[in-house]
Ligand binder design. Structure first.
Ligand SMILES: [Zn+2]
Length: 259
């Protein structure tokens, strides 16, 4: 099916063509086209009886580490089954057009990697990169089971090979700031950007909103691609209302029509 024609202002492809450094800030709006849940939508089925505080906070982890670990493992399993969609692929091609393109994603999956984007920063961590809750040592995971087989009582998370502490999920907790090194790099990228392209993110995470403001304060233009209103609509240079997997291929084809 041919996608609906988008009403894009001429200045938007021109803006991309003139950019040397583009930060593509992505969020869970990229998920549905890969059949992954939105970030506020992850507690379905087996997990529907739990809330985010039980599954994705430090307090929840202290209360029931096995439950929190099992939920993150299920998300890792689903991420490995998912495939990149047209938005991930379009963003990967943008790196060919503009070598100074950097993806900063709030998603914990590896779909940008699998789509071929060469420079990716995971602002909020990755499902497949857990670390020791006590000493911070990265922990290498075995392959997840082919089917979910978790039922209470949930087994404890693995133990750290260095200090014996509990291994925690690789994602930051709800309300937890990014890892300091990741945050330092993200702010540096935002400060150097000509264009901040915020895709499928409502920027409700304080770190995501701060990056957009940081970029704009340093002279970048903010372009949002989102079907829904966001907190940054009023300050963005362009707001393109639509799903990323529909908008981005058309937008980039408009900027670089030669293919
Ligand atoms: Zn440790």
């Amino acid at each position: 099916m041919k996608p609906r024609k988008l009403d894009l202002p001429d200045s938007l492809p021109q803006l991309l063509l003139g950019a040397r450094n583009i930060v593509v800030l992505t969020g869970s709006g990229l998920n549905p086209a890969s059949r992954l849940p939105l970030c506020r939508d992850g507690m379905r089925g087996l997990w529907a009886r739990y809330d985010a505080d039980a599954l994705a906070t430090e307090e929840g982890f202290r209360r029931d580490p096995g439950l929190v670990w099992a939920w993150h493992e299920e998300r890792r399993r689903r991420m490995l089954l998912a495939a990149p969609n047209a938005a991930h692929r379009a963003i990967a091609t943008l790196s060919d057009r503009v070598p100074g393109t950097f993806v900063v994603t709030q998603n914990g999956d590896t779909l940008h990697e699998r789509a071929g984007s060469p420079r990716i920063l995971h602002l909020l961590g990755r499902f497949d990169q857990p670390r020791c809750a006590a000493c911070g040592m990265p922990h290498t995971l075995a392959e997840p089971p082919a089917k979910p087989s978790w039922h209470a009582p949930y087994p404890e998370p693995p133990a750290c090979r260095i200090c014996g502490g509990l291994v925690r999920p690789g994602r930051v907790w709800h309300g937890e700031p990014p890892q300091p090194e990741v945050w330092r790099i993200a702010k540096g990228l935002a400060a150097c950007a000509d264009v901040m392209l915020a895709v499928g993110t409502s920027c409700l995470t304080p770190a995501a909103a701060e990056l957009c403001y940081e970029a704009m304060a340093s002279g970048a233009r903010l372009v949002q691609v989102n079907p829904n209103p966001t907190l940054l609509d009023r300050v963005a240079t362009h707001n393109v209302k639509g799903a990323a997997e529909k908008v981005l291929p058309l937008l980039f084809a408009r900027a670089w029509p030669a293919g």
